[in-house]
Structures are given as structure tokens and as C-alpha cells.
Design a binder for this molecule. Sequence first.
Ligand SMILES: Nc1nc2c(ncn2[C@@H]2O[C@H](COP(=O)(O)OP(=O)(O)OP(=O)(O)O)[C@@H](O)[C@H]2O)c(=O)[nH]1
Length: 916
Amino acid sequence: MTEQKETNKPNKPLTLSTSTRGGAAAPGKSDATQVKQKFSHGRTRAVTVEVKKPVKRPTTGAAPAAPQPPSPPPAPTTPPPAAPAPVPAPTQARAPKQGSPAHRPTPQREGGRGIVLRTLTEEERGARARALVGANRDAELARKRAAEEAVRRAAEEKARQAAEEEHKRRLAEEEARRKAEEEAKRKAEALVQKRLDQAATAAGAQPPAARPADEVRPRAPAPPPAPAGQIRRPMPGGSAGPGQSAPQGAAGAGAAIRRPPPMRPAPPSKRLPPPPGARREAPKRRSDKIDVGRAVEGENDFRSRSVAQQRRRLERERRREHASEPQQKVYREVTIPETITVQELAARMSERGADVIKTLMRMGVMATINQVIDPDTAELVVTEMGHRPKRVAEGDVEIGLADTTDAEGTQIARPPVVTIMGHVDHGKTSLLDALRATDVAAHEAGGITQHIGAYQVTLPSGQKITFLDTPGHEAFTAMRARGAKVTDIVVLVVAGDDGVMPQTKEAIAHAKAAGVPIIVAINKMDKPGADASRVQNELLREEIQVEQLGGDVQSIEVSATKRMNLDKLEEAILLQAEVLELRANPDRLADGVVVEAKLDPGRGSVATVLVQRGTLKVGDVLVAGAVWGRVRRLVDDRGQAVESAGPAFPVEILGLAGTPQAGDEFHVVDSEARAREIADFRARRDRQAELARSAGGRGTLEEMMKGIREGTAKELPVLIKADVQGSAEALAGAISRLSTDKVAARVVYSGVGGISEADITLAKASGALIIGFNVRANPQAREIAKRDKVDIRYYSIIYKVTEDIQSLMVGLLEPTYKETFIGNAQIREVFRITKVGNVAGCMVTEGMVKRGAKVRLLRDNVVIHEGTLKTLRRFKDEVREVQHGFECGMAFENYDDIKVGDVIECFDVEEVRPTL
Ligand SMILES: Nc1nc2c(ncn2[C@@H]2O[C@H](COP(=O)(O)OP(=O)(O)OP(=O)(O)O)[C@@H](O)[C@H]2O)c(=O)[nH]1
């Protein structure tokens, strides 16, 4: 409305208003009048004009609103037709602000001739021109806005059309879907009808008319009067119920659309108010599940079932049919881990939890569904319920991991792995360096040898030797204690000028305990005081008989500093390797031993490993101890990156998730999942072992005895430390003499001095018992012994030692049992007694029968049962024994299968103490 008014108004940015001085002028006469000239931007100017009074009035008509200026601006009077409404708005908004006089009513003049202006001054003209320019600018601005508005409107129109089309499309889809649903329902109903007809025909039942109405789904529309009445009830007056929109109400009046389309706009203004009483009636309507659209079409006059309901009903029928068939019980193989809950066990057997609990109760075990039961009980339950138990341990994840068997043709010769051992300052490091310098490959490549704990030397002949650079025999034994057998040959370095020293003896003991052949390198032979034969003789006392003295141990005289006879030493090593027939299969998943491992700040976990079998490659997934990882990089002993490492090749591995321990075995596995599983299991096991240790577990001796009892050990290893050499030797001799063909006492090492950490390590690696004769263990050794469960026994009298060792050895032997026959009884009659079971009425035919004695049941001279007697009665009294020729009643413990004619053999069992 406002816009309309605005547009009808003449737009005059420049107007004149007059004020006549001196009252009204007489007609026909000129009159001076003061005219107020108005410009844009609110500027005004008073102008004096002369008005000539007309003699004669013109014909009536609309007086000009204002005298037109000589060049009137067209813009304000011609707004763009495309956008009439928005354009005035900004103008209107601006108009009052600017105080534009455009809207002021133009004074109507009495005379129709208009006003004659006086000639404008230069200043006035200029002002007018400026005003015109300003007006033109405004008009231009308005035009632009109108154009923009037109574009926006066009875009809006387009979007609206698109939305309408989308809406139409959805309606069509909805309609199609509804039709499809109806079609499906019709088919389902037809099927149900058919089945019911068939059932009725088969049973010779009543005609379909007699069937309940809700089972006979109408295929044709129901009679119209009924739905009409039902529809009108919930929707009085035809108005929509609460919550229903107007379109639904319209549908009730005849439209076929039953539910509002999803995108349909429902303006709240069109929503009809709920009729009085509609709220009360709504629940009833919902419970009836009346469908407005269908009701109008007259499709149904009662509750209709959905397709899903029909399907469910058919399924129920099918199940009922199946339920009548007897179910075949499925017997399964049930895997039983080390711990299992009742629920899990029930699930694995596909049995009900309650049944499993009942079975447990029958066995005298009260357990709840979530209770953990031990594997033995679980196995009994599984057997009881008719399934097949399969026991597995958690450690089964390691099965197949350490498979060292290789087919005959697959193995090829591999380089020997050598460890150098000896007394301090006898020249181990010097010899290792000298041997390393003989590596032709390093010289050829010009590479600098890295110190990575192991390196390989290529001899001029092309043969290779791998040296382990482990610091001393303790590290060697520590690795062995972890179960790793890495070294093939030990080179025992003895300084020619010094001879056999305590650590030389220790080294010999360690090498012997590991069962590794020794090659003696008598070093420093360049020194004037060096005497090889003296050294060889001293070695004899340590049971090392060198070839020069008729033994089989090779002995080479060398000089590390002078590089003397190094080639001979290498030859001796290769010869020994040949004897050992060292072979490995390079074409399999690699495994080996971690020689050393560290956490490098720049490279992460770095493990030096020695490949023992197969070929280790970059990208392999491996597990080393409780650590796993994927090989990111392999670096050889010269610091060169390599792609693979074959048997006896020492190499650094980068990419492990953690740092393994020296002596840990590594295995390449086929998947990360397996590696992770094994590493997790080992970490768990180590944690449990640590807990058991802290809780004070069993000692080595007990474990050892258990091993012997189980037949896995046949000897008692002993480590002797004494105050003087004489005592140590005497003890070693006495203990060795205790050995018999049944069980052996083996002296792993005998030495002089207090018990050190090295002794504990050796004892641990050998599973030995330590005997401290007049010596004690130092605190560190005690601590390690406690941690590693190594038994230390202190003595000060030699015969006490031998007595103890003897009793230990006897204790390790299996006891023997002697059987003594007591008598026989024949079953003459079998009585069935409630709560007791079968009782045999017998006649003692030989010797006597005794309560508490062992019995065997013989049927046709075949032993069919062996056990104990539950009762032995004579008449009604419980008796201790029944002599030959008397009758008695006997019943077996946990056994009932007795028959007339069977013989009960009665015997005693006596344990015989084993002797050495
Ligand atoms: N004359 C002579 N001196 C040697 C020989 N071998 C080693 N030495 C010297 O003996 C000393 C000890 O040598 P190392 O190689 O450090 O002996 P080691 O057994 O490794 O010593 P630890 O590492 O302390 O156990 C050094 O001063 C060497 O120079 C040799 O063949 N002849």
C-alpha cells in the first residue's frame, strides 16, 4: 500500500513553492511573488517572481504539480518496471533522513497558466546543474539495484521451481512404493489364504466361512458401510485428529495419500485445531490401527496385518512344524584352555549354562555361570556331557615356532661360530683384533669394521668364520642360561708366559658345561718366557688333553701382536667345524639368537643377531623373546646396509618394537598378528614368573628332581667352591665316585674362593647345585641365587657332603613297588542293594581277604578291574579279614560290574626304597 502511494506520487527532486506577499493579486495584472526554490539535499532559496494575472481562466484540469524545469531529470520519474517494489524502499528510507521535499504536497495554484520565472542567475544555474548531476547519480544507483534485485528474484524463482519438481518426484516415488507394498501384501495374503485352504482341505475342516475373521484376510475390498462407520468415529466432523496436519484431514475427505510426504511443507497457519474430544478418542483410534486412506477406499473393516506380521506368523508355523521333529544332539570337539568360565565352556559345547552347572553339581563342584574352573574339571564336564575334550595350553601359540628340522637335501655347509675365552690379560681382545685383520673382504671393500658384538672373517680361501665378541665367559654362559646355544667352537686363550689361571679354569668349565669343543690358543709365544709345553701340561689337570700330548684337543701357538700363526688357528677352527658338520638350510624363515641389544638414541632399538637357520630379509616380521617387530633395516659388521643375512651371518636389526635381551632366540613368523600374539604371551609368562619368584617359588633342586622323576634328567650336576684347592679336589673326586648307572653326579666346576655371581650364572645355566665348602657367597651372588632359584648348600665336613649328595641322588630315583598275594575269593551271588550298589556274595577259596588291601577282579582269568574294597562283611558285620573257606560280602570302590563266577584277587603293595 505504502509502495503504491509512493509510486503514484510525482517524484520531483527540485520544486518551487510560492508565498505571495501582499495578498491575492488581481487578475490580468502582473504581481511580484516570493518563490521558495528548493534543491536536493535540503537546500532552499527564495526567488522573487513576477506573475502576470491571466485575463481568462483555462478549462479545468489537473494543475501542473510544479513548473517543469528547462531540462527535467527523467530518472526519478521512471523507475524500472521489472522491479517496482524494492526500488522505492531505499529511496523511501533515505528520503526522511535527507529531508527531501519530494513528498510534500505541491501547492495547487488557482491560475492554470503557471508561473513565469525570472531569469536565473549564474549561481542559481550552477546550483541547479549540480542538483541535476546528483539526481542523475541517484537514478543510476537505483537502476543498478533494480537490476540486481531482478537477478536475485530470477534465481529464487528457479530454486522454487526445482524444489517443486523434487517434491512432485518424491510424491510419485511414494505412490509407487505404496503400490508395491500393497502388491506384496496382496501376494502374502493370497499365500496365507492358499495355505489355510490347503490345511483346511487336508484336515477336512469346516468351510472357510467358519474360520475366524482375522485369519481370513480380505483380498477384495470389504463392504463399504463398515469402514465408513469406523472412520467417522475417531474423526468427528472430518477434521484431523491431534497432531495431524491439514493434508491428512483432506485425505480423509477422499484423497488417497495416507501419510504426509516427507518434504511436504505444512504451514502452521493451515493446521486445524483439534476438535473437542479428539484427544480422548485418539488412543482408541490408534489401538484399532485404522488407516484413513484405506478406510475411505473401503479396503478393510477390521485390523489388517502388515507384511512383516504375516512373515512372522509363517515363521512361527514353520518353527512349530520343526519343533515336533526330535532334535539330533551334536557332539563337538571342545577346546579347553588353561582357564575357562562355566559360561564359555557351555558356549563351546553349545549347551545351556544351567545344564553345565547341574553337571558340575553332580560332580560335587558348586560353580556359578561366571566362575572360572580348572581345565581338569572342564574336561570331566565335557566328557560327561558326551563331547570330546581337547586340552590346549596358552603356550600353544609357540607350537611350531622353533621347528629346527630340515629336510635332508635342503641343508648346506655354514660357517662356524667361534667364541674366544680365557683369563684376563691373556690377549683375548688382541687375538680377536688380529683375526679380524685377516678378513680379506674388509680389505677389499675398504670398509671399517664395526664393533657389533659379532663379525665374520672371510679367509683368503673364501671360507668364512664368525666370531662372537662376547666379553668373557660369563656373557657366554649368561646367553646359554637363556637357552641359547650359539657357539660352535671355543678358542681358549692361555698366555704362554702365564699358564693356566683361575679364569682359564672357569672358561674350561663353562665350555664343557655347554658341551662345546675347545681349541687352545697359546698366546704371547713371541715373549721370551713363553712355554707352550708347560701350558699344555697344566691343561691336563683340567682334563684338557691336547693333540701334542696324545689327546684330541687342538693346540696352536700364536702371537696376537706379532700376527703369528693366525692362519694355523683359523685352519684348526675350520677343521673342527668340518668335524662338527655344521649345516643349515638357508631357504626357510630365519631364526637365530640375539647376541646383544641396545636402545640407540638415533636409531631406536638395535639388536645384533646371529642367524642360525634360514635367511633373514628386510621386511620380515620377527619375534625375539618378548619383543616383536618388522625388520626395517639390516646392517652388517662393516656398517653396510644389506638386504638379507644367511646362516651364521651376524647382522644388526633395526625396527624392533622393544629391546630384547642377549641370548633371546628370534624367529621370523608369517604375520604381525602371530608375532604380537607370541610376544604378548611371553611378556605375560615372564611377568608371572617374576611374580612367582618374588613370592618364593621352588628351587632349582626341586625342579631338577622333578625333571629326573619325569625322566627328562638323569644326573645331578654339582658346582663346588672350596677354601683350598685340596678340599675342592677331594670333594670333586668323592662326588664323582657316587655316580652309578642309575643316576650320575656330575661336577660342573670346582674352584677355590668365595661363591661369585659367575658361579651362580654357571650353576643356573647348568641346572647345578652349588656346594660351598668353608666358603660363603658374596651378597650379590646371594641375591642372584635367590632370584634365579639356585640352591647353595654350605658344609665344613666332607662326608656330610657325600651323604647329602647320596640321599639327594637316592631321592631322585623312582621308588619300586613289591606286590604280595593274599588270597582269592569267588563270587557266588550278586546282591543289588539300594544306595550301596552291587555286593558280591563270595566264598574265600584261597588264602584270605583283607579290608584295605588292593583287589583285582578276574573274569575268565582276565583282569577287568583293579582297585580297592569298599566293604568287607561277614553276615551283617563289617570285618577286617575273612579266612579261607568262609563266606563274605564284598563291594568295590567306584565299581559295580560284577558277575557270578568272577574271582576277586586280594593283594598287598609294598614300596621298596631305591638304592644307588
Ligand atoms: N707380547 C705380546 N703381548 C701381547 C700379545 N697379545 C696380547 N698382548 C698384550 O697383552 C695385554 C692384554 O691384552 P688384551 O688383548 O687386552 O687381553 P685381554 O685378555 O683381552 O684382556 P681383558 O680384556 O682385560 O680380559 C696387552 O697389553 C697386549 O698388548 C702377544 O701375542 N704378544
